[in-house]
Design a protein around this ligand. Structure first.
Ligand SMILES: [Zn+2]
Length: 157
């Protein structure tokens, strides 16, 4: 399926922002990887309908599925190549990764499987700041990981 170019570009941008902010990939490389993964997943959709023929709600569902599958594909790559085996680290328990999913509000989110909670929007700046906060702590030699519910948790939106 060929997804509407605007919708495609929007989600590619969200994924690319997260790759750049967390892994330090160049924006052009992150964009290319995100587009590749999205394109792969969209191409594998078993539908003969054209994007334009889908109802808006179905378009959202299809796009959500493609984004989740694309991010999972990227995660698999990042994990398997040992770039970062828990990418992206959970904001509450950084030893396990967050997983992509659809938020209650309809947007795409990063999800903590342990707490069954959406912790950050896909491509959102809030969790990048949280990640930077954690990295800064590490640089000062403080404990790398806080326990859940600790006082010094980064703010998550
Ligand atoms: Zn977690």
């Amino acid at each position: 399926m060929r997804i509407d170019e605007q919708a495609f570009a929007r989600v590619a941008d969200l994924i690319a922002r997260d790759l750049t902010a967390t892994l330090g990939w160049k924006p052009s490389m992150a964009q290319a990887e995100a587009r590749d993964a999205l394109g792969n997943q969209a191409a594998s959709l078993p539908t003969r309908l054209a994007w334009e023929d889908l109802a808006p709600a179905t378009q959202r569902d299809v796009l959500g599925e493609v984004v989740v599958a694309a991010v999972e594909q990227l995660q698999q790559f990042v994990h398997d190549t040992f770039v970062d085996t828990s990418w992206p680290p959970c904001l509450r328990h950084p030893t396990h990764p967050m997983w992509p999913g659809e938020g209650d509000g309809g947007g795409m989110v990063w999800w903590c499987a342990r707490e069954q909670a959406a912790l950050a929007p896909l491509g959102g700046p809030a969790w990048h700041r949280a990640a930077a906060w954690r990295a800064a702590l590490n640089d000062r030699g403080l404990p790398r990981y806080q326990t859940a519910g600790g006082a010094a948790q980064p703010a998550t939106a």
